[in-house]
Design a protein around this ligand. Structure first.
Ligand SMILES: NC(=O)c1ccc[n+]([C@@H]2O[C@H](COP(=O)([O-])OP(=O)(O)OC[C@H]3O[C@@H](n4cnc5c(N)ncnc54)[C@H](O)[C@@H]3O)[C@@H](O)[C@H]2O)c1
Length: 328
């Protein structure tokens, strides 16, 4: 299978490239991997197939056409400007999250000749906006309250329409907040959910900017890669033309996160967390939804963790090389 990953230098893109190289799609090996991002993506270790890395801005004139020129069978579109940045820089957010997405879909349509690739698009729970019911079901309206959420919601509509018209075979994944995000914090307002676990697990201090009763929806990076791999292979007929699915996850409070940290790494790790209320971050995250019932995705076989102990165990195993029984 020939696979193109756009946004392949990002947190999920790198992990997805490694998973594609190691496991392929539904047992079929990936023979040809195209990895594109504004910064040159790394080549997954030990991949024996053909691999090409491209430093390219998807929003640039002609970039999308060049990327699909040799008709990859599966395209993962992960390139995006994250929530905080899309809110701070209106032009950049629309240029990347909307215009470049449309340019990609148009390039696929223009290829013609019956070309109809599987396109896996990463959307977000940010397509929803308050007021929220206690639990959000699959039929909840999409009325985003951020520019990022609006751009993702439009991307979902384009994915539906280009699928309906037969130009591509799309699956949109509304990802939960991915936790524990490895590496250094990015400009997402959700960063602290990862920082308060990742830093203490490494013996470093962390700041908690919100109340610990705050509840939110999470899945691990490993689960997210699993969603992407699964989406590349599912039968899309049951989706009809509602191509985007809320992904499974775990509804947990900050206090639940901290209790799991205490169980795994002890009180000395918890003592590294300092409460420093930040009204700006609190104002953003207080408007986020707390719980979902992603019945459609579960019925289609998408799976995530069911406890924060598991999410921490995945981090210990995948990022710190410490095998952990609970990560299974
Ligand atoms: N991580 C999460 O919690 C989360 C939650 C919901 C949705 N998502 C979505 O999942 C996707 C991947 O998330 P991530 O956490 O890996 O993000 P990330 O920021 O780590 O990676 C995104 C990548 O896109 C690249 N990119 C940005 N603009 C580009 C352009 N014009 N052309 C080419 N590449 C460009 C960036 O360089 C970056 O490497 C994104 O679409 C994001 O919106 C992530």
């Amino acid at each position: 299978v020939q696979v193109l990953i756009i946004g392949a230098a990002g947190m999920l893109g790198r992990k997805l490239a490694e998973a594609m190289a190691a496991r392929g799609i539904a047992g079929a090996p990936v023979t040809d991997l195209r990895l594109a991002d504004v910064i040159a993506p790394p080549v997954p270790a030990g991949f024996s197939g053909k691999v090409q890395t491209l430093a390219v801005d998807l929003a640039a004139e002609g970039a999308a056409a060049a990327l699909v020129a040799d008709l990859p069978a599966v395209i993962f579109h992960l390139a995006a400007v994250v929530s905080g940045e899309a809110e701070a820089d209106f032009d950049k957010g629309y240029a990347v999250n909307l215009d470049a997405t449309r340019a990609l879909f148009e390039a696929i349509r223009a290829a013609g000749g019956g070309y109809r690739p599987r396109v896996v698009f990463t959307s977000s729970a940010a397509v929803f906006g308050p007021p929220f019911p206690e639990v959000i079901g699959d039929d909840f309206r999409t009325t985003p309250l951020t520019s990022y959420g609006t751009q993702k919601a439009i991307g979902e509509l384009l994915l539906n329409d280009y699928s309906r018209r037969g130009f591509l075979d799309g699956v949109g994944l509304r990802l939960p907040t991915i936790c524990i995000r490895p590496g250094t914090p990015n400009r997402a307002a959700s960063g602290f959910f990862s920082n308060i676990l990742r830093e203490p697990l490494a013996g470093l201090p962390a700041v908690l900017p919100v109340r610990d009763t705050l509840r939110h929806w999470f899945a691990s990076p490993r689960a997210a890669v699993g969603f992407l791999q699964h989406a590349a292979a599912i039968d899309t007929a049951p989706l009809g033309f509602r191509r985007s699915l809320m992904m499974p996850g775990l509804s947990a409070t900050v206090a639940d996160q901290i209790e799991a940290l205490r169980r795994v790494a002890g009180q000395q790790a918890v003592d590294l967390i300092r409460l420093a209320p930040d009204p700006v971050i609190a104002a953003i995250v207080e408007t986020w939804a707390q719980d979902y019932d992603p019945a459609r995705a579960r019925a289609l076989g998408f799976q995530a963790e069911s406890s924060f102990d598991q999410i921490i165990a995945v981090h210990l195993e995948d990022e710190l090389g410490r095998p952990h029984a609970q990560a299974r």
